[in-house]
Design a protein around this ligand. Structure first.
Ligand SMILES: C[S@@+](CC[C@H](N)C(=O)[O-])C[C@H]1O[C@@H](n2cnc3c(N)ncnc32)[C@H](O)[C@@H]1O
Length: 229
């Protein structure tokens, strides 16, 4: 028997209380009403906020949400049928610290106020290898400039990818812009695993849908984290 179709998933998602789906009109060149209000309106606490950009099915948002009940997680992606998976799990498990935002990340600065976000995870982003599509890479200057408008000073950006070209591009950008590289490996599970504290190991061991796909093909997993200031 086949799984649920897109339309069914979208309809079911409307019954969850953990997905925000703005129209383009609400965010195109203007601020969304939730900007600066995620803690008071959505999470009802003062805990740190962590974004997962291009979250797909939201494995990191849900997995970290379980590990860190005292942090808030927001998975962001444009694809509703993928977000549905993570939102359904979080909803059925009454996870009040996990939320999903269905939007183009291009509009992300419309949603968050200065200093509102503590950390960002970018998990297996589309690599956009063609030079002419550089601006679409989630670590291009255009995107980093957007993140800088709401990421706390010393806030950390994590990247996990199997794509060597994208990874190297990001490391080059970090160097070019004088960002602070905190950790970097081309082979996460071979080079670093044993040196990591258990909590970090648990986080880095969360496997997303795409990570499982690429690992099964024998791809090495690259990971880095850096600060903008
Ligand atoms: C390769 S998938 C990875 C999904 C998930 N993080 C994983 O590891 O399984 C990339 C995801 O990023 C999303 N994405 C890429 N560019 C985006 C953008 N500009 N705005 C919103 N979502 C975007 C896609 O919809 C897709 O779900």
């Amino acid at each position: 028997m086949g799984g649920k179709g897109k339309l069914q998933k979208w309809a079911e998602m409307k019954t969850f209380n953990n997905v925000t789906e703005p129209t383009t009109d609400e965010v195109f060149r203007k601020d969304h009403p939730l900007k600066g209000k995620w803690r008071t309106e959505i999470f009802k606490n003062d805990n740190p906020i962590v974004l997962e950009l291009g979250c797909g099915k939201g494995e990191y948002s849900v997995g970290m949400g379980e590990q860190y009940p005292n942090k808030n997680f927001i998975g962001v992606d444009i694809k509703g049928n993928r977000i549905w998976r993570g939102a359904k799990t979080a909803f059925e498990n009454n996870m009040t610290n996990v939320h999903f935002l269905r939007t183009q990340i291009d509009h992300i600065a419309s949603f968050f106020a200065e200093g509102e976000v503590d950390e960002i995870w970018i998990t297996f982003p589309d690599p956009q290898p063609k030079d002419r599509l550089e601006r679409k890479r989630l670590t291009s200057p255009m995107f980093i400039d957007r993140y800088a408008t709401f990421l706390k000073p010393e806030g950390i950006i994590h990247l996990k990818t199997d794509h060597e070209g994208f990874f190297q591009y990001t490391l080059d950008e970090v160097e070019r812009c004088n960002f602070k590289l905190l950790e970097s490996t081309f082979s996460l599970y071979n080079e670093m695993a044993e040196n990591l504290d258990p909590k970090t190991q648990e986080i880095l061991n969360i496997k997303t849908f795409y990570e499982k796909l690429f690992s099964a093909k024998g791809h090495s997993i690259h990971y880095c984290r850096f600060q903008l200031k």
